[in-house]
Design a protein around this ligand. Structure first.
Ligand code: AQP
Length: 333
């Protein structure tokens, strides 16, 4: 009998312009994993509303994220693509996990501490990690491909799986985070001390996957560099140039060592021109495909219907066990 494929799941928030940090840290991995794993990729619209969103913009951002998944190479024949709010088991398990989660665990989450300073302390933002744990545990995955900033949330997911299992009996598998060796934390182009982020104050912080050629060239031109002239990978002394080298390496699939050799004796201007060329070359076909998909939304909606159906089937099977184990009254038909 053929061995069943291992499961991988991950999501991206529908919170605006997806950038090359999201691409390198997450989407690129999803595309690589879909041949090997039973892959689930969703758009986290319910996570996006943990900070205020404008309703029409949220709808657009949700669809845009799906177009981008497809444009970046996710294949709906291999990956179950769906929108989080279309599968209500996520919020149901999220609520149940809240009842097992000590407040202290949530208070120490770095993302909560960072975002609550900016946005005020909303209960949804506080409970973000329990919904994320539900997103994951419902599907019994072996791995969760993410960028470095999400490792802490996956550790909490494992803690909650253990808690549930020890209280109600073996139910959930503890998933591993799958984080790239390089590119797990792409830093801001305007400030290499902070991660590249959709919600950054300045657009010059990130290269959007959909940025035009002119925008890409301009943003790379003004990206901060370090003192000295050398183009080498040394995050401690050259954080800005190291970040640009990682971006170049991830986008061209050339090892960092080879790039250092290639740019030995060259100046920042030459290096930046080459980086802009590589980004334009890599992102232009994605933008073209995105535009094609945005012109045929019906076929994409069909993909989402099929994805939601499969995700609901799989997660409902988990929920039946969970409801039974925690003592909810069932079978009233
Ligand atoms: N800078 C980054 N480098 C590498 N990976 C990153 N990811 C995000 N930023 C980087 C990874 O992308 C996936 C989706 O992230 P998300 O949209 O769910 O939320 P986020 O981590 O909060 O991303 P942003 O861009 O910073 O969004 P906002 O500004 O809305 O909070 C995750 O796997 C993440 O690790």
């Amino acid at each position: 009998m053929a061995k069943e494929k291992e499961i991988a799941i991950s999501g991206i928030q529908a919170s605006g312009n997806l950038h090359i940090g999201n691409y390198i840290g997450a989407i690129k991995q999803f595309v690589e994993l879909q041949d090997q794993y039973d892959m689930y990729a969703f758009v986290a619209d319910l996570h996006a509303i943990t900070v205020p969103q404008e309703p029409d913009k949220l709808r657009k951002n949700t669809l845009d994220a799906v177009y981008l998944y497809l444009a970046c190479g996710l294949d709906s024949a291999k990956t179950t693509i769906f929108v989080q709010s279309h599968v209500p088991t996520h919020t149901e398990l999220g609520w149940i996990l809240n009842t097992l989660t000590p407040m202290g665990e949530l208070e120490r989450m770095t993302q909560f501490k960072e975002k609550s300073n900016k946005e005020g302390s909303l209960a949804g933002l506080f409970n973000y990690p329990t919904l994320m744990a539900a997103d994951i545990l419902l599907y019994g995955p072996d791995v969760v491909p993410v960028g470095e900033d999400q490792i802490q949330h996956i550790e909490l997911t494992r803690t909650l799986a253990r808690k549930f299992n020890s209280r109600f009996g073996e139910t959930f598998k503890e998933p591993k985070d799958l984080v790239q060796k390089e590119g797990a934390r792409i830093m801001g182009l305007d400030d290499p001390a902070k991660k590249m982020s959709k919600s950054a104050a300045s657009k010059n912080n990130y290269i959007g996957i959909l940025d035009s050629e002119d925008e890409i060239r301009q943003k790379i031109k003004i990206a901060v560099t370090d003192s000295g002239k050398e183009i080498k990978y040394d995050p401690a002394t050259k954080p800005a140039v190291s970040n640009l080298l990682v971006i170049m390496s991830q986008m061209s699939n050339e090892p960092l060592k080879d790039l250092e050799e290639k740019f030995a004796g060259k100046n920042y201007g030459e290096f930046k021109n080459m980086l802009a060329d590589i980004l334009v070359q890599k992102l232009s076909p994605i933008r073209k495909k995105y535009n094609e998909l945005a012109n045929e939304p019906e076929s994409v909606l069909k993909i989402l219907q099929k994805g939601a159906k499969k995700a609901l089937g799989k997660s409902e099977a988990t929920m039946k066990i969970v409801r039974q184990k925690i003592g909810l009254l069932m079978n009233i038909d």
